[in-house]
Structures are given as C-alpha cells and as structure tokens.
Ligand binder design. Structure first.
Ligand code: PMT
Length: 403
C-alpha cells in the first residue's frame, strides 16, 4: 500500500505525524507532502524521520542546476503516479475549495489534479467555517466526485468554540484509508435493498409517533455496499443525512409508505437489509384537522402497522434477507425468534439500552445471529465498520448459497 499523505496548515497538523505512524503500522509506505502553512505548525523533518522518505514541500524547489529545477517541477506527476491513495489530513477549508474548483498553485493542489487513485480527505477547521454554506457546497462537490470524506468530530476546538470541526482520530482516519485501498468488489452484481431511519405515524396534521433512529446505521450500510460494488436502493424514513453518492434513495414517511416502497422494489433486489426502525403502531384514520387540547385525559386507538420484514420473509425466494432486532434485554433469544418467525437468513441484534451505541450514535456494537446457529459479537466501532462486518457475513452467506 503506497499512500501519499498531504498535510494542510492547521492546528491539527501535529496529529498528521500520529496518522503517518498509524498508516505505517497498518503496512503502508507513506510519502508526505506539506503545504507552506503546514510547515508553520510542524517541521518536515518529523515526517521524514517517521516515514523514512523525503518530504515534498515546494512546487519549484530552488535546485543547484536546471535539471534539479525541472525534476522538482514534474515531481507532482511522479508522486501522483507512484502512490495508490492520496490522503489529506488535516484538510483545511482552503484546500477543500482548491480541490473542488481545480485550482493548482502549490505542490499538493497540483498533485491532486494529477492523481488518478483513491482520495480520502479528513477536514478540520473552526465550527462556523465547517458549517458555512461555501464549505458544505465544496464538500458536496468532492463527495459527488467519489472522494471519501472522514467527517470531523464534535467537541472543544482549539479556537475555544465547541462543535464539529476537530480532526477525526488518526487511527480512525488510517483505518478508513487502508480500508479504501483494500476495498473488495465482493458485492458486484448484487442489488442491495436497504431500509433506514425511523417512520413517522401522524396523529393529526401536526403531530406524529416516531422513535430515535437517526438513519446512520442504514446509511452506513448503503455506503459500504456501494463501495463493495453493489447497486444500492435505500428506502429512507425522515432523517437529516446526506445520501451516499451513487445510491438510489426512495424517501418515505410512514410505515405504510415504507412497506409499499420495499415490496415494490423487492423484485429488483438480491439482498434485503431491514435496518429501519419502523413504528409498530399507527392511527389508521388520521383526523384531517388538528386535535384540540382539552382538560380531559385522552386515549388513542392504535392499529398495528404492516410487518414489512415478515412480508419480505414470505416473498424472499432465494434472496438473502437480513433483519435487525433492537432490544433492551434477551437480545440473542429475540434475534433468533425473529429470524425463525420472519424467515431471515441473519438477524443483527442491537442492544439499544447501552450508552454510546445504537440509536443516534456514530458508533454501534452488534451481535450477528445466523441461521446456522453461529453467533458473532462485533465490538463497539464506527457504524461504517459495523456495516462492513455485516456485509462480510452476507458475502459468506452468498458463497454458501451458491456452493
Ligand atoms: O438509525 P440509527 O440511529 O443509526 O440507529 C440504528 C438502529 C438502532 C435503528 C438499528 O441498528 C436497528 O436496530 N434497527 C431496527 C430497529 C427496529 O425497529 O427493531 P425491531 O426489533 O422493532 O424490529 C425488528 C425488525 O423488523 C427490523 O428489521 C425492522 O426493520 C422490522 N420491522 C419492524 C416493524 C415493522 N412494522 N416492520 C418491520 O419490517
């Protein structure tokens, strides 16, 4: 694995040294490019010592001969050609703008344009800069180009403000970069139908019943399946997430709408993953006008919603069907029960009573319960990593089915 590490100028530049080490621990050869402002924060010698490679700093190095000047002028082409992945961390707002708009006025931005391999960007900046429409528009452009963005973390920032903007943990960035290089195309030829997020069941025109699902787990699954070569159809309840580029999104609100979308698209699918947190009950006949408040107690008659997973289980044929089980107790037993009753090939048990995992969190920890009786525990990790572990099991199920 040959990785070109671009270091931008920001207070997080010192963390790039830890990142270089984390990449090397994972077997990568690292070559470093530093912008002029990065060198205000950390010395090239640090990276040269860590990686054992010369650090590139200037587009036009002042060589002792014309030949030196020429070779440094074409060095960005050599660096772009010799490396498999360009990782920029910290990626400043300025670098994001240059990359998005194709500006090339230093070594890193010219290398970016010459680079044909995979690109991973780990931004870090002040929270207001991160939230600015211009930065978000540049990020959207870069995502649409297929680059992987390692989102900054939320927390206390060097500028004294709190919010998203802090460079992600170096180990996590290294993991994303290495995974991008090792990416398998083991789902190519498959169409994966994924449900994500909550549903909202109206009580009247202004109120609804819902749950805490953010959609992050389902969106991570969609992104991971896309990266592994699948065609992905994502049926999403109402969430505040940007859909992964290249994934077809069908937006729904209620359990009934989700049922129609899933069952309507099921014939196209070879794998179905039901990670949505579908409401179990709804008001069958929603009042047309807002219900007025009175002093009296109220009770609401709720009818069960259609059980979409069970219906998929009846229609699945030779498709692979994966259910989820969000539980607060007896998770494995419940997952097994759901697998039997709903004819699933695997159920992903999610203990949602644990802090820091399950609903809303960026992390999860799950138990994969298989029809064979096998049970695999997947320890706490970012949802994208959990998604890959779920897909690893699905590819094994697919292999077993064709043997
Ligand atoms: O969205 P996040 O914030 O990232 O959180 C992730 C998650 C906790 C929502 C997710 O990992 C998860 O556990 N999803 C399933 C939630 C759920 O509704 O579990 P359940 O045990 O109530 O349902 C079991 C299965 O039946 C699920 O696959 C569900 O999609 C399906 N179901 C449920 C009700 C219904 N009417 N139709 C269904 O198909």
């Amino acid at each position: 694995m040959r990785i070109l590490l671009g270091v931008g100028g920001g207070i997080a530049a010192y963390k790039a040294a830890e990142l270089a080490r984390a990449l090397m621990e994972r077997g990568a050869t690292v070559e470093t490019v530093m912008t002029r402002s990065a060198r205000e924060f950390i010395q090239p010698l640090t990276f040269a010592s860590l990686t054992g490679n010369k650090v590139i700093t200037d587009l036009f190095a002042s060589g002792s001969s014309d030949q030196d000047t020429l070779s440094s002028a074409i060095e960005h082409i050599r660096a772009a050609r010799d490396n498999e992945l360009l990782l920029v961390a910290p990626c400043t707002a300025d670098l994001l703008a240059k990359f998005a708009h194709g500006l090339a006025d230093d070594f890193l931005s010219t290398t970016y344009l010459a680079f044909t391999g995979k690109i991973v960007l780990a931004p870090a900046m002040n929270v207001n800069m991160w939230n600015h429409a211009a930065v978000q528009a540049n990020l959207a452009t870069l995502r649409a180009r297929g680059h992987i963005i390692v989102e900054p973390e939320a927390g206390y920032l060097a500028c004294g403000m709190t919010g998203p903007g802090r460079l992600a943990e170096p180990k996590h960035i290294a993991e994303v970069a290495v995974r991008a290089l090792q990416q398998r195309e083991d789902l190519s030829g498959e169409t994966v139908l994924i449900s994500a997020g909550p549903t909202q069941e109206p009580l009247d025109p202004v109120r609804y019943i819902s749950n805490r699902s953010s959609g992050k787990m389902g969106y991570a699954l969609a992104e991971a399946a896309r990266d592994r070569g699948a065609r992905v159809i994502l049926v999403s309840g109402p969430v505040n997430l940007t859909a992964p580029a290249g994934v077809e999104v069908v937006r729904v609100r209620t359990a009934l709408e989700m049922r129609d979308a899933i069952i309507g698209r099921l014939p196209e699918a070879s794998i179905i993953i039901k990670s949505a947190a579908v409401a179990d009950y709804h008001v069958a006949k929603v009042p047309e006008q807002k219900v007025k408040k009175t002093a009296a107690k109220v009770s609401i008659d709720l009818d069960p919603t259609p059980d979409i997973l069970a219906e998929c289980g009846r229609l699945k044929g030779d498709r692979i069907l994966i259910g989820f089980a969000a539980e607060t107790q007896n998770m494995v037993a419940e997952a097994r029960r759901k697998m039997e009753v709903k004819n699933c090939d695997m159920v992903v048990g999610n203990l949602v009573s644990e802090r820091g995992i399950g609903f809303e969190s960026d992390n999860n920890a799950v138990t994969l319960v298989l029809r064979s009786g096998e049970v695999e525990q997947v320890a706490v990790a970012p949802k994208r990593e959990i998604a890959d572990r779920i897909l690893d099991q699905i590819t094994k199920l697919r292999l077993a089915a064709v043997q």
